[in-house]
Design a protein. Structure first.
Length: 282
């Protein structure tokens, strides 16, 4: 495109860009709308805020069209519940609400509360089907949908089946079915098969830390208190445990603290010092 033609286009745009739309300008120049946008931007022209607001208002008014149902909605929106009103005009509930917004109408608050109270089940209400049993014909129609006695779901497992489940910390454990609806941890079954039930106050744990390795050589018992200290990191003062001591309730803050090892080390040393002082006073 030659410079002379572009200069002509610029003059036309400068004199008309607020009077007509960009689409109309594009038709006048025989160019695309994107060309007009680029030209306006390159010249450095801007639209005043008041002009933009007025254009948007005109566009909204242009899109608004009267609907045949509007008169009926105006007369009945405060007399008939909106869902029933929508059914009467064969429209959706959202359509009626949209038309109310377009028409600038709003159901008064006291009417909304009254409709809520009217829709509630009143004390002493008797259901229409109370005391009415099904006829033989109805029973025959729905009999195939009933569960027969002793029915089991298609995915029911047999005794001895093994599944993997996760605890709250996300640690996987194997469970064995020992009866209908009864599942026991596999490592407990293995231990009790060789040593019997663990001593009271003791728990079974995995020596190598692999909760799925349930061979008897990988299982042992220890007191619950010691087990708790090891699992929470209290004994070794792991970063996770120290972070929990710094922020016991706020998980997001705890995660952020773990990214600052200097703060974790400072708190760890404080805990160690307190423990030493406590041991010396005993």
């Amino acid at each position: 495109m030659s410079n002379s033609i572009r200069e002509v286009h610029e003059k036309i745009v400068r004199s008309h860009y607020q009077a007509v739309t960009q689409s109309e300008l594009a038709k006048m120049l025989g160019q695309s709308k994107s060309y007009v946008k680029g030209l306006i931007k390159s010249i450095g022209l801007t639209y005043p805020r008041e002009w933009i607001i007025e254009r948007r208002k005109q566009s909204a008014d242009k899109r608004f069209r009267e609907h045949p149902c509007d008169d009926f909605i105006r007369k009945n929106y405060d007399k008939i519940p909106l869902k029933r009103l929508a059914t009467m005009i064969d429209r959706s509930d959202s359509f009626v609400r949209g038309r109310l917004r377009r028409l600038g109408l709003e159901v008064p608050a006291h009417i909304i509360e009254m409709r809520k109270l009217e829709s509630r089940i009143k004390p002493g209400h008797i259901p229409a089907n109370k005391g009415k049993g099904m006829s033989e014909e109805q029973r025959r129609k729905v009999a195939h949908t009933w569960f027969s006695k002793g029915h089991l779901p298609h995915n029911t497992m047999e005794d001895g089946a093994v599944t993997i489940r996760y605890n709250k910390q996300g640690t996987p454990y194997k469970y064995v079915r020992v009866g209908l609806g009864k599942w026991v941890e596999e490592h407990r079954l293995v231990w009790e098969r060789h040593h019997g039930p663990p001593q009271k106050g003791f728990v079974i744990y995995h020596l190598d830390g692999d909760s799925l390795n349930n061979s008897i050589s990988n299982l042992a018992t220890r007191p619950k208190t010691e087990h708790l200290e090891v699992n929470t990191g209290r004994k070794e003062l792991t970063d996770k445990y120290v972070g929990m001591m710094l922020s016991p309730r706020d998980k997001d803050l705890r995660s952020a603290l773990l990214e600052h090892p200097d703060l974790i080390d400072l708190k760890r040393n404080q805990i160690k010092l307190r423990r030493q002082c406590k041991n010396q006073t005993k």
